[in-house]
Design a binder for this molecule. Sequence first.
Ligand SMILES: Cc1ncc(COP(=O)(O)O)c(C=O)c1O
Length: 378
Amino acid sequence: MTDFIPVNEPLLNGNEKKYLLECIETGWISSEGPFIAEFERRFAARMGRKYGVAVCNGTAAIDATIEALGIGPGDEVIMPAFTIISCIAQIVRNGAKPVLVDSDPFTWNMDIAQIEAKVNSRTKAIMIVHIFGLPVDADPVLEIAERHGLFVIEDAAEMHGQTYKGRPCGSIGDVSTFSFYPNKNITTGEGGMILTDDDELAETLRSLRNLCFKPENRFVHDRLGWNLRMTNMQAAIGLAQLERLDEFVDRKRKMGSLYDYLLKNSPGFQRPLLRTEYSENIYWVYGILVDEALKLSGKEVRMKLAKAGVGTRPFFYPMHQQPVLRKLGLFEGESYPVAERLYQQGLYLPSGLGLSEHQIERSAKSVVRLFEDKSVSF
Ligand SMILES: Cc1ncc(COP(=O)(O)O)c(C=O)c1O
């Protein structure tokens, strides 16, 4: 097998090394270092928000958000069935009830038409999660939230640099969260950010991130927080990455267009939408959905592509089917057919910023070959 094409590879050839060296030379390696405040300030400004709270990963960003909003027993949060476990974990841990909606079969985002019917007197928040490259159609969700007095939590983990009707993703919810895992459009190795315009909420989030230490009496606590702090070294990398966000977005769009061009005449699978009325695809990842008529699952296609040296990832496993949640008695008898199909038939192709045009071409050619002759074993 010749050179395996990894599914993700970050690009770290800007000021990352220089800023990291600065951390080492000055001795500022903890969360107290100056890159943290700078990264928070610049990231928030880029996304059009007042406050940024840097944390250790995107999951922690959501955990802290749920806690800061006081979501707990008796509360319900409406959210997509098709997403990562990070979105639901703290809702469940806090004793609140996640209420799921199915996905749109084309954008793969939550079907916003299903939200209103799920709102009741216990609903406290709606969580929107922008999936794979296209944002959720957020205005109707904001309107529902406004009418019913609900928080909107915006998980923009996959959406750095994307816009919704010209507004930056991450500027839409009362609170928004980001991940900086290496497969994201901006990476810090591990890392996350919470954005808000609300002074009090920002203060609560900072406190929860830092064990709820009190400035006046450090080791006396009124509330249980976590240590979710990001290090100065991570923020140094993040700042260097942020400097190149426009370039990265451009690169992602070019990679997506190249896949589209190479795959457009190939039958047997659904490609991502190029655009919607409110956004151009940013192709955080390039996903495909295999036609059931081929009697081939996403997993089988992934195995064949692996043999051809092409790295892939499965789509999310829906929340209502998660064993850990079913064991807790959640989602009994519930079904979300689009989310189930996305998991069964979906996969995404190598999409990392560090991949070359040649690697994308090789990856696309393997897909074309496979679907031309699905018996191909490579
Ligand atoms: C939509 C979404 N939310 C949250 C996360 C969690 O981020 P992290 O891996 O940094 O904890 C991810 C990560 O991959 C994600 O895709």
